[in-house]
Design a protein around this ligand. Structure first.
Ligand code: AMP
Ligand code: ZN
Length: 117
């Protein structure tokens, strides 16, 4: 089964919906979240469609490693994240996932609290 035709992140990656990519690699791309929850809030997503990080891990381990390496590269390039950052994979509706194309939230530029909301 291929990706859903209306997947927002597939459309952005394909260049068919506006979305400015700030970083790209063989496996992953990064863009700024349209509704930032911290001074720096990036999304890092695999180029191929997988509904969440668990599906990505099961279906394409190389792409998962590419995504995780991408998080490190994107974070290293952001001055704002030098003192730390948070990586979040919302997985499933109850966890707050709203776009069912795997993506890591990379958040920083302010002190983070724990537990998360
Ligand atoms: P989640 O709720 O964990 O699935 O995360 C989806 C994220 O995508 C949310 O934080 C949204 O603000 C973000 N988002 C939705 N549409 C866009 C868009 N066109 N460009 C960038 N980020 C978006
Ligand atoms: Zn997709």
């Amino acid at each position: 089964m291929g990706p859903p035709a209306d997947c927002l992140f597939c459309l952005i990656i394909a260049g068919r919906t506006p979305g400015h990519l700030v970083w790209q690699s063989e496996h992953a791309v990064a863009l700024r979240d349209i509704n930032p929850q911290a001074p720096t809030h990036l999304l890092v997503l695999p180029r191929q469609h997988h509904r969440d990080v668990a599906a990505l891990a099961a279906d394409d381990p190389d792409a998962l490693v590419g995504l995780l390496r991408g998080i490190g590269e994107v974070a290293a390039a952001q001055e704002d994240l030098r003192n730390g950052y948070r990586v979040v994979f919302n997985t499933g509706a109850e966890a707050g996932q709203s776009v069912f194309h795997c993506h890591a939230h990379v958040l920083g530029g302010r002190a983070m609290t724990w537990p998360p909301g």
